[in-house]
Design a protein around this ligand. Sequence first.
Ligand SMILES: Nc1ncnc2c1ncn2[C@@H]1O[C@H](COP(=O)(O)OP(=O)(O)OP(=O)(O)O)[C@@H](O)[C@H]1O
Length: 297
Amino acid sequence: MIEAIGLSKRYGDVPAVRDVSFRCEPGTVTGFLGPNGAGKSTTMRMICGLTPPTGGAATVKGVPYRRIANPGRHVGVLLDAAAQHPGRTGREVLTLTADLLGVERARVGRMMETVGLSPKAARRRVGGYSLGMRQRLGIAQALMGDPSVLILDEPANGLDPEGIFWMRTLLRDFADRGGTVLLSSHLLREVEAVADRFVVIAGGRIAAQGTKAELLTAPGGMVARGLDPEALEGALRRAGLAAEPDGAGAFAVRATAEQVGRAAAEAGVVLLELRQASGGGLEELFMTLTSGPQETR
Ligand SMILES: Nc1ncnc2c1ncn2[C@@H]1O[C@H](COP(=O)(O)OP(=O)(O)OP(=O)(O)O)[C@@H](O)[C@H]1O
């Protein structure tokens, strides 16, 4: 289980993460979604004790990560696959990891096989690896200690479609055996097929969270188009409804159809279109939730 409770992080004037709370339960894969710069990496680094939060707290298996003895035996972490030592071979990296965690070296070969790194590839220096190979190596490292929790930041980056399919299967199996998985991506389609729950972050804040069904039926995410867009925007704001231009002349509004309809009627604004943003599926909802201006203050 992973729990983030009101996590916040400021870098000087920049609030990178604001009051982020969510839970990842055993047996599930949680997709942590948001555009670049939304605050995913900062949140994951706080969960893993690498970045101190400005506010809030996080626990993994009930305790702060830094208090877990030999954490690699409980939590597999892959935060930056590109950060491997370029001069070591893949096998050396994994052997060092095994020694560090105190697991038998025989596991190195097994993990190479699990992630699809051939013995030939494992003899090569990491400096010559593609990003996809580094991701596979990073996942092998994360799995080395036979953890029950996996925290992976953009693990699909650099993987080809076959690699993404492989990773999906691996993470699904891991969760089906009772593991807890948190994986981030800026692309919905990379995680949509594997995640049980989604946490969507935009501008450092949680924009939505829940299962696919919950997200698609949740109030909010209406699309409204008015004869006079400015008048509609003013009417929505006066009614206290958050509205963001969708770039195509309409507004994404986090409210119910009734709230939007009443706000328009009270202001005498003619509505040309009013529908659930989720009519276009999760992809459209994700775009709506994350398409607002990424305010940084
Ligand atoms: N060490 C840092 N110092 C200053 N600002 C930072 C630092 N790390 C992150 N930020 C800022 O915090 C915000 C969130 O960044 P973060 O890397 O967490 O986002 P992200 O969702 O992981 O995006 P990406 O996928 O591009 O890494 C951004 O505005 C970023 O510029």
